[in-house]
Write a new protein. Structure first.
Length: 190
């Protein structure tokens, strides 16, 4: 009987150690991330509309980071415009709240591709968000580039999304501890 109790206690101790190791071994960077990927690139005629009526598109034009948008893109037939669709997938067991979207504007025009986000609002997503909602970007690309080229260049630009656990998300303007913020890069899926 005493031997059985010792064996049971030993097995319980081993089980507790293994459970603790399984729970405590996970780091923030392993699973605490949103998966983002480009899923579609839709041809658009928005560039000619922007050049024709810049006042209506002032905010979007500004986000391209081009000093003189009208002269840079005046030959509209030298460029092709798209709407890029990016899908999100949350594999975490907690709610995720989008704080803001980041476009790496320093890479605007890299290899003939410029982009502007269409998502300016704060968004919230439930746990295990299945990716039914998408983010959209206006894209202007050199006409010589194929759709595949444009997708690959966008992926290389690292368009990203900053978010936190929903229960910890502060006001959008609040100072955020960088240790609590995770960034998921978009990678080219093709």
């Amino acid at each position: 009987m005493r031997q059985t109790k010792r064996c049971a206690a030993l097995l319980l101790a081993v089980l507790l150690v293994l459970t603790a190791a399984a729970c405590g071994g996970k780091t923030n960077n392993e699973n605490d991330s949103l998966k983002l990927r480009f899923t579609a690139l839709y041809e658009s005629d928005v560039l000619s509309d922007m050049v024709r009526d810049p006042a209506q598109y002032a905010g979007e034009i500004a986000s391209y980071g081009v000093d003189d948008f009208a002269s840079a893109f005046q030959k509209t037939d030298a460029f092709r415009t798209y709407n890029a669709e990016v899908k999100l997938q949350n594999d975490n067991d907690f709610d995720v709240q989008i704080l803001n979207l980041q476009c790496e504007t320093g890479k605007q025009g890299k290899d003939g591709v410029w982009f502007s986000t269409l998502n300016d609002v704060q968004m919230g997503f439930p746990a295990h968000y299945a990716g039914d909602e998408a983010l959209y970007y206006h894209v202007i690309a050199d006409a010589s580039l194929s759709k595949e080229d444009v997708l690959q260049r966008l992926g290389e630009m690292g368009i990203s999304c900053v978010y936190m656990k929903g229960s910890e998300a502060p006001d959008e303007d609040a100072q955020i501890d960088p240790a609590l913020v995770f960034t998921a890069k978009v990678s080219y899926a093709g």
